[in-house]
Design a protein. Structure first.
Length: 180
């Protein structure tokens, strides 16, 4: 009978080892689950905070909003996003151009691009803009800048009459955007 008890002890030892391995895996997965839940909670809080901020914004006129508590100018991009918390899931970093809206509502890199295009003597290519905004003239940087230029064209900030050639947007009635 000794061999039966030895066999049972060996199986018990194997089962104990397997239980310990699974407990270690469970502890690791539990840690990852906790971290994922914390990340989810941070995103939920961020979304709610952005929705609250956007809900409080009231556009006075495009490009200029006023904080009624302090009677001072607030982020001029506010009017471009007012009421957006119920219509969009993401954030529109490059708003559609509207009369009276200046380049100051654009993120810094887009503002730099618009200013370089405005200062150019004529239509300009992406590869000519890249070094002027402080980036190395590498293919990836040129393509990234080209994508930004296309976005600026789509949103009414620039024109692209000839493929790959970008110029300041022409406005009806001779009105052009305020680049500075």
């Amino acid at each position: 009978m000794g061999s039966l008890f030895e066999e049972l002890e060996a199986r018990e030892a194997t089962a104990r080892t397997r239980v310990e391995e699974l407990e270690a895996v469970l502890a690791e997965v539990s840690g990852r689950l906790k971290a994922a839940r914390e990340g989810l909670e941070r995103l939920r809080i961020a979304r709610e905070t952005v929705a609250e901020v956007l809900a409080e914004m009231t556009p006075e006129k495009p490009g200029a909003a006023v904080d009624t508590d302090r009677s001072s100018p607030v982020d001029s991009a506010a009017s471009a996003y007012a009421g957006a918390e119920r219509r969009v899931i993401g954030v529109l970093t490059v708003p559609n151009w509207q009369p009276g809206m200046g380049a100051e509502v654009l993120p810094r890199v887009y503002r730099d691009i618009v200013e370089v295009v405005a200062d150019a003597p004529g239509p300009i290519r992406a590869k000519q803009i890249v070094p002027r905004i402080g980036l190395p003239a590498e293919t990836g940087k040129i393509e990234g800048t080209r994508a930004k230029l296309k976005r600026l064209v789509d949103r009414g900030w620039l024109d692209e009459d000839t493929p790959g050639m970008f110029a300041p947007a022409r406005r009806r009635g001779g009105v052009s955007p305020n680049f500075r």
